[in-house]
Design a protein. Sequence first.
Lengths: 89, 282
Amino acid sequence: MTENIPRKLPRITIDQKKCTVPFLCKRCLQICPDAVFRVQRVLEREERLRELDPRVDGNYVLSAPRPDKCAMCNLCLDSCPADAITIEL
Amino acid sequence: MCWLCDQFGDTEYADGLWYLNPKNYARNMYKLRDPSKGFQGAGVAMETGEQSGPGLPEIMEALQTDRETYERVTKEWHASLGLHGQGAQVIPMEHADRVLELCSPIALIACICRNAWRAKDERNDMEYTCMGMGVGMLKWERWPERYKGGVKFLNVEEAKEWNHEMDRRGFVHILMLFGAPYIGGFCQCDYPDCNAIRWRLDFGVSTVKGHHVAMVDHDTCNGCGVCAQRCQWGALKFEVTFGKPNIDLFKCFGCGLCETGCPRKAIKLVERKSLASLAEVW
């Protein structure tokens, strides 16, 4: 709780053209010490829980909803095979 | 008093503990819905991910303004979770066993949180780390194309066995409301993968502490340190000075993992209400 001091948060951008199969790759999702990333199916609303083939390009989308937990350690940048992540303050 | 007991407990049952009140396991705890009609009712936000109040993006935005704004938005978030009938409470393994005797049907499913935050792909009953309860589980079976990963129905004995195995592995047991007061999920959580733990520890919203706290008997403890690996709350630490663990009772959520993990039975759960200073610490 004490870390939640208002401040400028890192801006994490993911190039969706380069990051095409995040649920299959999952390197950044599992290497991030504080789980900054999230992967979701492209389906909307009530379709959200439906099964989708993780091997198909664009079926899953990677986002970074927790920039407050990003220490800018860059482990994700090093692990990304597609060079799809950029982080700047 | 715990707000869940205050609202949903009944003094006739289990000393007023809301989750041991059979009324909260009524058959209508989850509506069966026709997929073509979409979601409705109190559990909507949980399934669609939609909320009328603020959520993570708003919190992240508020964190970049000032403390006042951040605190206001966090409070609004907490309130909106309550309005949507969402809530959760930590329970110890033994109480979980009693819960499993009250509800039906019981089924294992893939964990939604681990799926989203760690891309864990749980595909069968050996891998499932989440349990759903109530008639809502039937829709998993009825519409397999709609609910990923499938479902495995269990009888009470199998469910208890699974509960104990999850405890052995070190997961915290959390009951989830899906449209208060109905209990629809029994989550096995750890930090940071699980929303129930994470929202609470990071932002102070959502999950309510359990009805117990854990205390160490230093005479029986041999300082092996097993318990120190099992606390997800940052409440139990190994105190180097004594070579024994100590538990911050204000941080303890009463999950009982340190108790069940202790090889010498040196840790005991005591009722939160038996300690005057903790009466309002939830």
